[in-house]
Design a protein around this ligand. Structure first.
Ligand code: ADP
Length: 350
């Protein structure tokens, strides 16, 4: 549905976007993430036709955004971070205005009524926008993006400034829209991506550093993998056992001491719950396990590690080996995917 091919945007000597390529399929919901200054807005602005690229192409539903701007743009609904609302208009007046601006050909009454139902603003259609809560204003913004029934909807930070209940409602709404639309969601909130998106693309310093299915990353970030274990027994021998035990990929002794017990941090293989097995091994050795604490690893940790690892100068010290491994494997898979898409390029372009 969306194809970005070797897109570059340069400002003087600086690259805001540096040779990025990706495709988004029909019905996919993709989270576009990156730290400030990464190039997200630039990419979104080129995608929506607000900005021209230095080189590379963007096609929406097979139409080049530069060669066929009007037709290509008709396929896109955009909700900018600040929804372009006219506060003195009623919801109905505003949507009708948007309908005219977009030169929409669908039946006005029916189409706008349907949109209002979808985003649940039917009850406030006669209200002046200024008097609506932020959550409702956001819905009105989404309604505006849906006029003309575009195939692609792009959301820029759609839940910023909303209260927790509104956030959940807007996320559900986006998920539902994803059933019939291709959605790109630019956000810095990782839980949002996890809750809503099928796929995550991470951009840093103008380059794509990760492009992976959300479930693959979430699975890797399993909370049952990293523990602090408190064990009574000779520290050196216990550590040697932990290090050599199948299923444990990392073990280190922490400085903490509690009588004759020491604490160790261990990390197990992906998908393996080592706890019971470790309990029996320690019992056999007569080294009682007197504490076990799961150490959470969040998507945030992985995100920061990926961003840090993608910058050669930045150290990833302080990151756990598991985080680094996940980050490396995501980045490597992404690089392979990019290389493959480059190799397929002549065919893809034909
Ligand atoms: P993000 O949306 O991820 O925060 P942007 O796409 O806004 O990042 O910016 C990417 C980089 O391009 C930044 O370093 C920014 O300073 C630079 N940049 C963006 N717009 C301009 C501009 N009009 N002129 C010069 N530099 C720009």
């Amino acid at each position: 549905m969306i194809k970005i091919d070797h897109l570059t945007k340069r400002y003087g000597a600086n690259y805001a976007v540096d040779d990025i390529s990706f495709t988004v399929g029909e019905g996919e919901i993709v989270g576009f993430l990156g730290p400030n200054g990464a190039g997200k807005s630039t990419t979104m602005n080129i995608l929506t036709g607000y900005l021209s690229a230095t080189s590379g192409t963007v096609t929406i539903g097979g139409l080049d955004i530069l060669e066929n701007p009007l037709e290509a743009k008709k396929q896109i609904g955009f909700l900018p971070e600040q929804p372009p609302l006219y506060l003195d208009m009623t919801v109905d007046e505003y949507l009708s205005f948007g309908y005219d601006l977009k030169n929409c050909k669908l039946n006005r009454e029916k189409h706008l009524a349907e949109i209002c139902e979808v985003v649940k603003i039917t009850d406030v259609r006669r209200r002046v926008i200024r008097n609506l809560s932020k959550g409702f204003r956001q819905r009105v913004g989404i309604a505006q993006a849906l006029i003309g029934n575009p195939k692609v909807i792009i959301f820029d930070e759609p839940t910023v400034g909303l209260d927790p209940k509104q956030i959940i409602e807007i996320r559900n709404l986006i998920r539902n829209l994803g059933r019939d639309h291709t959605v790109i969601l630019s956000t810095h909130i990782l839980q949002e991506v996890q809750a809503v998106c099928d796929r995550i693309i991470i951009i840093n310093k103008g380059k794509i550093v990760a492009d992976e299915l959300t479930e693959n990353i979430t699975r890797a970030v399993d909370s049952k993998r990293r523990f602090n274990v408190k064990i009574v027994g000779p520290q050196r021998e216990v550590l040697a056992m932990l290090k050599s035990k199948p299923g444990i990929v990392y073990a280190e002794a922490l400085a903490e001491r509690d009588g004759d017990a020491y604490t160790y941090m261990i990390e197990s293989e992906v998908g393996l719950d080592i706890r019971k097995n470790l309990f029996y091994t320690l019992a056999e050795k007569n080294w009682p396990m007197i504490g076990l604490e799961a150490l959470g690893m969040s998507l945030e940790d992985i995100f920061i590690t990926i961003v840090d690892s993608s910058e050669e100068k930045k150290k990833t010290r302080g990151r756990s080996s598991v985080e680094k491994k996940i980050a490396q494997s995501v980045m490597q898979a992404t690089a392979e995917k990019q290389a493959k898409s480059d190799a397929d390029r002549p065919d893809a372009k034909a």
